[in-house]
Design a protein around this ligand. Sequence first.
Ligand SMILES: C[S@@+](CC[C@H](N)C(=O)[O-])C[C@H]1O[C@@H](n2cnc3c(N)ncnc32)[C@H](O)[C@@H]1O
Length: 448
Amino acid sequence: MLPPMSQPTSAPSPGPADGHELASRAAALSIIEGVFSRAKSADDQFDRAVAKLEPRDRAFVRLLVATVLRRIGQIDLVLGNFVKRRPPDRVGAVLRLGVAQLLFMATPPHAAVATSVALVKQGDERHAGLVNAVLRRVSEKGAAMIAAQDAASINTPLWLWKSWVAAYGEPAARATAEAHLGEPLLDITIKDPATLAEWARRLDARVLPIGNLRRTAGGRIQDMDGFAEGAWWVQDAAATLPAKILLHALGDARGKTVIDLCAAPGGKTAQFAAAGSTVTAVDSSGERLELLRANLKRLRLAAEVIDADVLTWRPRELVDAVLLDAPCSATGTIRRHPDLPYIKRAEDIAGFAARQGQLLAAAMAMVKPGGLVFYTVCSLQPEERRPVVEAVLAANPNFARVKISKDAVAGESHFIDHVGDLRTLPSQWPELSGLDGFYGALLQLGIL
Ligand SMILES: C[S@@+](CC[C@H](N)C(=O)[O-])C[C@H]1O[C@@H](n2cnc3c(N)ncnc32)[C@H](O)[C@@H]1O
C-alpha cells in the first residue's frame, strides 16, 4: 500500500494530454482502483474499462495495469521518498500509474507527467500540483532508487514471501518472485499432436519439451492462424500436465470414461476429448460453462456438460478416471494474474483447503475399483497441496498414491517431487520463460 505523503513544493505544469492518451490512463486507473479498493479482479474489469478504446490503447492499458501490479512494492517505496502524508486513494493510484510509466515502461516523461496531472484533475483539481511535482522528482531520481532495490522480495506481499520461503526455500521463493516480474508468453495446446511441427511453423512458435507450443509474438488470439478452425486452444504448459499424467496412467485413453470436475472453461476437458476419452465435464458456474461449450464447439470436440455442484452431484455410473481441478488461491498463476496477491488474503487459504478436501472426497466416490483420481491445484500455498491429499487418503485407506513416472511428464523429472507428486514452480524452465505453479497427486482405488 501507499506510504504516507506530504505536499511537495510546486513545479511548472506540463502541457495538456491528448484525448486517447488520457482515456487509456483513465481506464487503467479504474481497474487499479477496483483491484486495491474493492478487491475486484483486473480481468473481470478489463473488457468494460477498455470498451471505447482502440486495440493499440487496450494493449497499453493491459501493460500499464500489469506493470503497476507487478512493481507495486518498488513503486510505493519510491513514492515514499517524495511524499510524507497519505493522499486520497484516487490520487495515490494516479501516482502509482505515473511512476510505473516513468520507471518501468518506455513512456516519455513529459507524457507520463502530463497525463497523470490531467487524470488527477478529472477528480479533484487540488492535487494537480502534488502529482506534477512528485512525478517530476521521480523522473529525475527514481531510476537510481529502483536500481538499489531488491525487486523480488519488495514486490511480493510478506505473507506470500514467508510462505514460499518456508515451503520451497529462499532461492526458489526468490526465483518465483522474479518470474512474476515479467510478462508470460502465450502457450498453445494442439488438438492433433501429429500436426505439432506444422503448427509450430504456422504460428511461429517453439515446441516445449512437454509437447506444447509457446509463442513470443503478441496479437489477438482470435485472429491467429488455426483459431477459428479449432486446431488449438490456449493453455499454460503447466496446466496441461494434470490431464497428460492421467492420460498416461490410463494407457490407451480411447473409450475410457473420464469425469473432469471443476472443468470450466475446459482446457483439460479438451485434452481428454482430443485423446478419445468419453468425457463428462462438471462445473457449478453457468457462465463459465458457456465458455466451455463455446470452446468445445470451436474445437469440434464432444463432452457431456453438466451444471452442478461437485459436492452433491454423482455420476450415473462409476468411471475409469476423475480429474479434480479444485478451486484454489491460484497463486501459481500470478505471472498471468498479477492482481491475485491483492484480491486474495492469507485468511482465505484455510477455507480453500477445507473445501478442497471435501471436493476430493466427493471425486473419490466416482471411480470404479482400480480407477484413478488426479487432484490438482494451481496454488503455491503448501496448505492447499499435499496436506489436503494426505488427510483425504488417511480417511480413505482403500485409495493409494501412485507415484508419477517421469515418462508421464516427457522426462522432465524436475516436475516430480520426492513423494512422486507433480510440482511445477514459475521459477522452473528459466531459459524458456517459466511456467505456472501447479501441484498434483495421482491416487488409485484398490481392486478389492
Ligand atoms: C481452477 S478453475 C477450473 C479450470 C478448468 N479445469 C480448466 O482447465 O479450464 C475452478 C473451477 O471450479 C468451479 N467450481 C468451484 N466450486 C465448485 C463446485 N463446488 N462444484 C463445481 N464446480 C466448482 C469454478 O466454477 C471454476 O470454473
